[in-house]
Design a protein around this ligand. Structure first.
Ligand SMILES: [Zn+2]
Length: 295
């Protein structure tokens, strides 16, 4: 018996029809268009909703402290923009070098109390605070009394300590320039005040906020060239009275007041979705630029 000869089955050759490809492409483009059209308003809406809640978020964090984790927006901004730069101005340092437009301040060399000079307190505190910020991955620039024209940073804190003939006068106070230059100034004030007053054994000396504070020269870009750019959030802090023994004891060791201000800065940066201390794990320690203050 002879078996019929079997031939190997032949598979039909796949045929790619141009019309099918075109249809597939059209479908993909349509899907992409619909997704984009839906994503833009949804994304924009979510962003506007998130941004419009910043004041509430700042108020909440001012009360509860820095949240445990960064928001996805904070992480995204950190990845895109890198760490923020915090400028710390050492009040009165090198006052003699003020430019001509601020010549009147060349004699404003700071207060003194209990044998301690204000400028030394401001300097020690700035370096202690810089260490803490750098450990959290934040860049720090130290400034003396003169600010470069239109200077920019993520924020600037001007460090001062008070003095008064009345040695019973005590307390902490802060001010942003009036009228405010942008909405971040009050957010910075809320965050720093909450952290400092929670940590410091000092009362809130609100009644003695002076015009020199609410019209602080370094934030008054309309009056002086040597002032920070209006977009840079700025706060002047009077960390306590050197002429009061209790306040002076609090300021004598810079670590605790520096920690309080560090906490305030972190609350602000978390509130505006700019940074979170946990991001230090994925970034290097912040860079310190002290060229303006070193002899
Ligand atoms: Zn001062």
């Amino acid at each position: 018996m002879t078996l019929p000869k079997l031939s190997a089955p032949t598979l039909p050759r796949p045929t790619v029809r141009i019309a099918d490809v075109r249809r597939g492409l059209h479908r993909a483009v349509r899907l992409l268009t619909i997704t984009t059209v839906l994503a833009i308003p949804l994304g924009t809406g979510a962003w506007i909703h998130h941004a419009s809640n910043t004041t509430q978020r700042i108020d909440g964090i001012a009360e509860t402290g820095v949240p445990r984790f960064p928001t996805p927006i904070t992480a995204l901004r950190a990845a895109v923009q890198g760490p923020p730069t915090v400028a710390l101005q050492i009040g009165h340092l090198n006052a003699v070098d003020h430019p001509d437009e601020l010549a009147v301040l060349r004699f404003s060399t700071g207060g003194r109390g209990g044998g301690i000079d204000e400028v030394d307190v401001n300097r020690d505190l700035a370096f202690a605070l810089a260490d803490k910020l750098r450990a959290a991955g934040v860049h720090v620039t130290l400034l003396d009394a003169t600010v470069e024209p239109a200077y920019r940073a993520s924020l600037i804190l001007s460090l001062h300590a008070d003095g008064n003939a009345d040695t019973t006068r005590r307390g902490y106070k802060s001010a942003h320039v009036e009228p405010i230059r942008q909405r971040r100034d009050p957010w910075l004030l809320t965050s720093i005040d909450a952290a400092y007053l929670a940590a410091a054994p000092l009362p809130h000396d609100t009644t003695n906020v002076s015009r020199n504070m609410t019209h602080y020269y370094a934030f008054s870009h309309e009056r002086f060239d040597h002032a920070v750019a209006p977009s840079t959030a700025g706060l002047v802090v009077e960390m306590g009275y050197l002429t009061n023994p209790e306040d002076r004891a609090w300021l004598a060791d810079p670590q605790a007041p520096a920690e309080a201000l560090y906490d305030g800065i972190m609350r602000y940066l978390a509130g505006i979705d700019r940074w979170h201390p946990s991001l230090a794990r994925v970034s290097n320690p912040g860079v310190l630029d002290a060229t303006a203050v070193l002899p």
